[in-house]
Design a binder for this molecule. Sequence first.
Ligand code: CA
Length: 524
Amino acid sequence: MKRPNSKFLFSLTASATAIALPSCKEAQQEICQQPNIVYIMTDDHTAQMMSCYDKRYISTPNLDRIARDGVRFTNSFVANSLSGPSRACMLTGKHSSGNKFYDNSTCVFDGKQQTFPKLLQKAGYKTAIIGKWHLESLPTGFDHWEIIPGQGDYYNPSFITMQQDTITEQGYLTNLITDKSLKWIDEQGPNTPFCILIHHKAVHRNWLPELKYLNEYEDKTFPLPDNFYDEYEGREAAKSQEMHILKDMDLIYDNKALADGKNSRLKATYLNFIGRLSEEERKIYDATYDPITEEFYEQNLQGKDLAEWKYQRYMRDYAKVVKSLDDNVGRVLDYLEQKGLLENTLVVYTSDQGFYMGEHGWFDKRFMYEESMRTPLVMMLPEGYNHKGDIEQMVQNIDYAPTFLEMAGIEIPEDIHGESMVPLLKGEEPKEWRKSLYYHFYEYPAEHMVKRHYGVRTERYKLIHFYNDIDVWELYDLKEDPKEMHNLYGKAEYEPIVKELKAELLRLQEQYNNPVRFSTEKDR
Ligand code: CA
């Protein structure tokens, strides 16, 4: 599997004279040319539920292994906290304004546009994507792809193949995506660099666990976030969302409280999902949820008791789904280690965005607030990239494409919005690293009813403008108020900061060719 050493070229000198070196291990100075890229992206997996970021809830030993042996980004963000848009930003290295995939409900990804897998292909890489695609058009830029239709199914799922056949597999989706990914890697010859995107559906709603983990975490009581009962004072857009655990989480679809005579908005969808289980599998499934459901209806919980019951159900099921994910990340790492591939492979683990685990009383994402604008990002680096431990600079998912391109020795096209993280991976402290991030969420009106908004985040502050059918600004001091409970916009003492942030926001909108898409702006 391992490529010959001639692939590793001495590249630290400015003149790019190619000198074949004996091996990455024998000389510390060389850097792997054209490393393999194993990019694992999950869906809605938030840093609060990874023990290398947050030890309050669960343990994720395999994800922690990546952080321990590699790097952990402590300020990693997305540009638009939603599945399709986030994937488009990642593939193109551009904000939604550049790749034109603004939302999940109206957009189709233009597969003719430039993406990093296409550029890697041109440079001689073999490329593949297995798992969730969610961009409506079929994948382009891949030598091999096998995707799940739309959101896909956890149990005995279907895949769409390159021949555009739909096939149904037996098993649990997270395991199957890994099986298919390792099979493809195994088929690659030793002389060609490869890039595989392993895109899991997990941990997407509605959190259906692998059968062997149905009873995990059932004896665990998760602590409530201290702003679980947030009443959104001074935050108008937060009041009108529909992603509240008590109000909006579906008792049957989300909390699996299925019983005779009980109905809910998403009951039929839930029955379809678990209808994919065989009779035997369904017995195992019901053996876990039936007694919980029976007890739940007997108790007739109301108000806070009901909210906290739903929260515990949510946390437990989400944690079970992460457990399989962590196992499968471990399988990939073990495989790469056994094949001797770790030294010439970049391993990336990230998610398409963060998620609320009860903060502000919520599940879901979308808002520019910290929990969902952030996304976990840990990497194991190929030889020659010497950094270990934390990287604190602010990075965004538009930075992945230029990073992979630079690592592969490809010139970064000028129209890419992101910045290559290569200097950070080499342990450098670039003076000119970005000091602000741009964010724009467009999907409204739509499920969960989060208003359209855009904003700027600096290390200290965040300014957000909610627009469209509302015209509301919010300002947060992230140092004094990391949970974003106190909107400071309009307070006289913050006027100079607001003025500066608005100027920066306009600069970013110009830089990313994202003219303000609303008509209510008055104080620019
Ligand atoms: Ca997602």
